[in-house]
Design a protein around this ligand. Sequence first.
Ligand code: KIV
Ligand code: ZN
Length: 522
Amino acid sequence: MSSGPHIQIFDTTLRDGEQCPGAAMTGRQKLEVARQLARLGVDIIEAGFPIASRGDFDSVQEIARTVRGPVICGLARCVNADIDAAGAAVKPAGKKGRIHVFLGTSKIHRDFKLGKARHEILRLTTDGVRRARRFTSNVEFSPEDASRTEIDFLVEVVEAAISAGATTINLPDTTGYAAPEEYSNMFAQVIAQARGSANAVFSTHCHNDLGLAVANSLAAVQAGARQVECTLNGIGERAGNAALEEVVMALHTRADFFAHAHTNIQTREIVRTSRLVSAACGFPIPRNKAIVGLNAFAHSSGIHQDGILKKRETYEIIDPEIVGWGKTELPLTKHSGRAAVFARLKHLGYTLRPTELQAVFIRFKEIGDRKKFVHDDDLTSLVGAQIHVARETYSLESLACQSGTGRKPVATITLRHGRKILSAQGSGDGVVDSVMKTIDRITGLKGHLLDYSVRAVTEGKDAVGEVSLNVRFATKGEPASGRAAATDVIESSGRAYLAAVNRWLAEGGRVSSKTRSTLASP
Ligand code: KIV
Ligand code: ZN
């Protein structure tokens, strides 16, 4: 056991992470991720921004009700309605509920965003923290854009928050502007100068606009921060947040340098959690991503391979097994039964409902028929696509396409809509376009494809192709995302488009989009 300070890991994958464009997760997916975060051993889960939408409120409440272990936190601006919503959402967590209140404090935020003078910011800070304390004794306060706030004023704000009852003070580098030494100096000064600082835990929250989020977080730890806010795979607003796996493994690997600071993270769960998050939000993990990328432990040069064979530590600073790159399980095949598939899903970190298990099993069999081996990544992709679906208004019965050089592509599609079976044929610019236009013809919707990507989930010509896309179905309103996996990329495209249609219909047109983007500005 290490003798150094304990660093709390505050995971904001479900809040700041989910704020990154295209990473929206359904409530169901968020619950799966939250359960895995608990197994990973994070201390705090920031589950969402309850005032932003009914969906956010419900998912924070559901996580507070069902996930045990970590503290469950809801974000709020210094606005009564936000704080009340966050208080209600985290209530089921009881003593483990936290409200995180934030308010812009830098001159640029005061003058241009809020139109408030310093004394008004101080009053709002006090009022906001006091109101949050009515719901819970666990209150975090963030002076937003702390790293660009005048230091004397930052100290005043922090003192006001602590004396109003904040127990955690987070000093975010909201715009990813700070340099490590500068950021650590800010922590050192605030901790030394703010009255009452000994009664609060100081926290770091860094964005990656200059690629410095992890370096800045670690610099803050050296200056006294005892909580690090981060996300899996570094997802988050714009260029993202500090990556949890990098912060944790830097502290772990360089315990000698970081005064033996340690976390509660079960490092062997890191890779599994990273994949679950990637599948849930549809953001592939870059091959060269530290710790969790496919190349993170791949050695290609002969000199390196030779060194590794002689002694692993010559070129490897982390034992891959410590972060969960254990031995690969035997792949499943079409002959694998329900028990084997369900056991593998459990091993991958999923707690699925019986109906979801059944749906994944059906898709597993379909893929098993076309592919010799079904790998863990195939399965993760299938589940990701399956629980991405909100409620299936339309389901795919069959899809056939004709295309070829110099031929007009034609798609023939049959969908089920309740008890009705609906078929149509259509053509467009290429096969994928034909499929989408034909689905539009059946549903009566008119989707505008905003982005589309396809990736091979595993190696080989028979690899499962996973399609992720975003579609706008109305001029006003948020785009709907869809994801699907199949060995045939045209089929994945049709299924992903249909998933977006279903999501759009299930969410009733998403009128909340505008509100959401204005509210969720941090
Ligand atoms: O980046 C930021 O400042 C935030 C706050 C809400 C902490 O996300
Ligand atoms: Zn942030």
